[in-house]
Design a protein around this ligand. Structure first.
Ligand code: SF4
Ligand code: SF4
Ligand code: FES
Length: 872
């Protein structure tokens, strides 16, 4: 560390960083706009000015921008110097000349970085008396709102959107003193990470449009630490609620997982919680009933001794375990399709066995050569795609280091790099949204992807079995071999064990890290809980071994063909379903139990990294809604701690899950952690029409969080941070005050515990079974799955904003036999459905890509051979 003197006080600073970073890391209040820890410095706003002195004898000094000056050993600066103070006050006055001063009607008001910085600089009176510059705002789609008059021209938005997230439809447009940040014309922002503009923009230009529909100030919401339910990456979020409605999701910084950014599905998919079709009361035989009689009915069926339970990869570990306990381990069945459960268990076995380690999302950003085999990351694991996008900068950065350009000097680095990109190879069945930064891509049917992977592994290590020569194979092998931190990414998307084996061989041969994607938020947890196969559950019902089927948060029509599920559910005398929203399975329920979503429940998910992470209810469930584990638990489990203790005893591999967050007994100086910011207003008035006395806030027996603004003012452990706030920092930028060093891990460590590290470091045998080459068939197509970030995820599809953007189901082929957009009949596995056809030259001949997760294409096991014909 370097010693830098700030107003004569010696401070330790990272010499690889700039002075602004060092000052903020040391807790100084130094205003800034254009700098961001994830974006680096460009010196655009001039707000972070300090005075720098040559040495201890220099009393004159000169104004420098702290974000553009290295934190070199012995540097002497002053933040409090009157000229520096006046300079910063002048800058903000200039930036505010055209600002509409409309904080009272601005959604950002009360949590605005511009407000914070204005107060910090002491600028409280405007001298400017002339007309303000005004702009026309744009309609940017259902997720992000645009109000350009509030812009202070810091350029963060375009730097984030274009340089970091890879978008190209947002830009800065300028004419004389008019600088406009937006699109060339109205239209939906195309980038899948556009929602981060809401947090990146330091003012109210870009705000959350879904929040606007049910607006509440930050200080009027109560928050809880949560985990995204819309894919398996487990991005950390904070959910905000008021009056029983979830108002928004914001990013909860986790250095190892999502860092500062989440995807739009994760940010805006939450509105399924508020969907008016939510189940709020138990329904027995079509009639609403009380919780007590519903539970009595459930107990009667269990007492009969012939009940089975079907778990779910989108339900928490605790809910799956409670169901397993209720019906007994022998009668508990996995809620995943058979092929999926098998693949996930296989992937876990590979990761446990080693020697490849699964990296965190942060570690993926630091990898310097990446090979993706069979995964369309943007549509399956979006935040991982963003990490991979950063990884292509790693290798060119080495050249930049040699030029001695500091890595935080963003424009310097980009000038030195030009368009250079490190090695990224993508082998999939069709093109992906990461192809724009790929060194090369390869498109083939799953079996050929596997063979391609085997060839790469063989080129790396001749002991690995060979398939055939592919021109690109040697190039990929050389790139992985030359890398310091090579990475292989694969997963269950192709539904091909051969692809997974090939990826494992490449990772082993390259001594690379290995990352597997998984389909749902708790797929890994469900696999670890275990259970018999779904087809065994179906068989038990068909053969009359079970008279009651309890289905946990799971639409079985997404897991198996319609006809099969229909026949099983018809054969089941009693069907009990726990879920949030109507779906084809809930339609068949004799007893329907309203299950709490992530917003009304506590629980744990295990991410595809193998990280157990706890989420907490943000509000008291209304009506008869309960967390699924509460519906199913035995009486002697009083709270979440009891569930976790019972799970640790029954399934020792999951004992460590208890450490994912402090228990309900955790206190700081005897106090709980408040869910509401201390400025919460209006709470006392909410029920004043009923009683002028303030009612007691609800107890929370399951966590160390209180439903109140009372509690400790200290920073809680990372897993329990409901919102980021510290004195003078009301915006999301307050997160910088929670970190050990700005941009680094949170003080006290980041949230979550990893469940498995590879057991062995070497000596594992290669997989040897090489699939035969793909042979197109006359009159048939190999149907492969095609995922959509907006559309394939079941829950987010019930959020209006996401639904508006959702892909329309279709089948994509590379063929002259069909015309773009015409309706065709796709038949496969006994099912036939009509879909429009899209012509895609990137798809291999003989292969057709089918939208999955969207009706009518649900429950089909892909890849599979099928027919595509014009309707007769
Ligand atoms: S829109 Fe926001 S982020 Fe973009 S330049 Fe203006 S103030 Fe900065
Ligand atoms: S990447 Fe996945 S976990 Fe992260 S925010 Fe998006 S959907 Fe949620
Ligand atoms: S933050 Fe330093 S110039 Fe903008």
């Amino acid at each position: 560390m370097a010693i830098v003197y700030v107003d004569n006080k010696p401070c330790e600073m990272n010499p690889e960083e700039n002075l602004l970073h060092g000052c903020l890391s040391n807790g100084f209040k130094l205003p800034y706009f254009c700098w961001h820890p994830a974006l680096g410095s460009v010196g655009a706003c001039r707000q972070c000015a300090v005075k720098q002195f040559k040495d201890a004898n220099d009393s004159l000094g000169r104004i420098v921008m702290s974000c553009m000056t290295p934190a070199a050993e012995g540097t002497r600066i002053s933040i409090a110097d009157p000229e520096a103070v006046a300079f910063r006050a002048g800058v903000i006055e200039g930036l505010m000349l055209n600002h509409p001063h409309d904080c009272p009607v601005c959604d950002e008001g009360g949590e605005c970085h511009l407000q914070d910085m204005t107060v910090m600089t002491g600028h409280s009176y405007r001298h400017y008396e002339f007309d303000k510059r005004t702009f026309r705002n744009q309609d940017l789609g259902p997720l992000v709102n645009h109000e350009m008059n509030r812009c202070i021209q810091c350029y963060r938005c375009v730097r984030y959107y274009r340089d970091y997230a890879g978008g190209n439809d947002l830009n800065a447009f300028a004419s004389r003193d008019q600088v406009f940040f937006g699109r060339s014309e109205d239209g939906v922002l195309e980038n899948e990470f556009s929602g981060n503009l809401v947090e990146i923009c330091p003012t109210g230009v870009f705000t959350d449009k879904t929040l606007k529909h049910h607006y509440a100030r930050k200080w009027d919401q109560q928050f809880a630490p949560s985990v995204c339910v819309h894919c398996a990456l487990g991005c950390n979020t904070d959910a905000g609620e008021r009056y029983g409605t979830v108002r928004r999701i914001v990013n909860r910084y986790n250095h190892e997982v999502n860092g500062y950014f989440i995807c739009d599905r994760g940010r805006f998919g939450y509105e399924f919680v508020n969907n008016e079709r939510r189940f709020r009361q138990p329904v027995l035989k079509g009639q609403p009933t009380s919780a007590a009689s519903a539970r009595r009915y459930l107990d009667e069926k269990i007492a009969g001794g012939r009940a089975i339970g079907i778990g779910s990869p989108r339900a928490s570990l605790e809910s799956n375990f409670a169901l397993r306990t209720l019906v007994g381990p022998d009668h508990f069945y996995s809620g995943m399709a058979d092929y999926e459960a098998k693949l996930v268990r296989f992937m876990l076995e590979i990761l446990r066995r080693g020697p490849m380690r699964t990296p965190t999302l942060h570690e993926i950003e630091e990898c310097d050569a990446v090979f993706i085999l069979g995964e369309d990351l943007m549509n399956v694991a979006p935040r991982m795609a963003l990490s991979v996008r950063q990884s292509v900068r790693q290798q060119p950065m080495e050249a930049v280091k040699k030029l001695k350009v500091p890595l935080w000097l963003d424009h310097g680095v980009r000038d030195a790099m030009q368009d250079a990109k490190g090695p990224l190879y993508i082998a999939t069945s069709c093109r992906t949204r990461l192809d724009d930064v790929a060194t090369a891509t390869f498109h083939a049917a799953p079996d050929d992807l596997a063979r391609f992977g085997f060839a790469v592994a063989h080129a790396l290590d001749s002991r690995a079995p060979a398939s055939q020569d592919w021109p690109l194979g040697g190039e990929i092998a050389r790139a992985l071999k030359a890398a310091k931190k090579p990475l292989v990414i694969s997963g269950a998307s192709c539904a091909s064990e051969a692809v997974i084996q090939a990826a494992a061989n490449v990772a082993m041969a390259a001594h690379a890290a290995l990352s597997f994607t998984a389909p749902e938020c708790n797929t890994v947890g469900a696999a670890l809980i275990g259970g018999n196969s779904l087809s065994a559950a179906f068989q038990a019902v068909r053969e009359g071994d079970a008279d009651t089927v309890i289905i946990l948060e799971n639409d079985l029509y997404r897991r198996a063909p319609r006809a099969e599920v229909d026949s099983v559910l018809k054969a089941a005398p009693h069907i009990i379903v726990l879920d949030h929203l109507p779906n084809p399975t809930t339609e068949k329920a004799e007893l329907l139990l309203p299950a709490g979503t992530f917003a009304e429940s506590d629980g744990t998910f295990i991410s595809s990294e193998g990280r157990a992470q706890r989420f907490f209810q943000v509000c008291e469930p209304q009506n008869e809604v309960l967390a699924s584990w509460r519906w199913l638990k035995p009486d002697h489990w009083r709270n979440l701690d009891d569930v976790l203790a019972a799970m640790a005893e029954a399934l020792p591999e999951l004992a460590v899950v208890r450490d994912a967050a402090p228990s309900s007994k955790f206190r700081i100086a005897g106090a709980k952690i408040p869910r509401s910011p201390h400025r919460e207003s209006g709470r006392t008035a909410v029920l004043v029409n009923i009683d002028v006395s303030e009612p007691k806030t609800p107890d929370d027996p399951d966590s160390a969080l209180s439903f109140s603004m009372e509690g400790t003012p200290e920073q809680p452990p990372a897993a329990l941070i409901p919102f980021f706030w510290s004195p003078s920092w009301n915006s999301i930028q307050a997160v910088n005050t929670y970190q050990k060093e700005v941009g680094g891990p949170l003080r006290g460590g980041d949230a979550g515990v990893r469940l498995f590290e590879p057991a062995a470091m070497n000596g594992q045998p290669y997989f040897t079974a090489i699939a035969p080459a793909f042979q197109p068939r006359e009159g048939e197509w190999l149907l492969v799955p095609m995922y959509h970030i907006f559309g394939s995820d079941e829950l987010s599809l019930s959020a209006p904003g996401i639904r508006e953007l959702a892909a329309k189901p279709h089948v994509a082929v590379n063929s002259d036999d069909f015309a773009e957009g015409t309706e065709v009949e796709v038949s496969c596995g006994g099912d036939t459905f009509q879909l429009p056809v899209r012509i895609r030259p990137d798809i291999p001949h003989g292969v057709a890509a089918l939208s999955v997760g969207l009706s009518p294409v649900n429950g089909i096991t892909l890849p599979a051979w099928g027919k595509i014909e014009r309707p007769k």
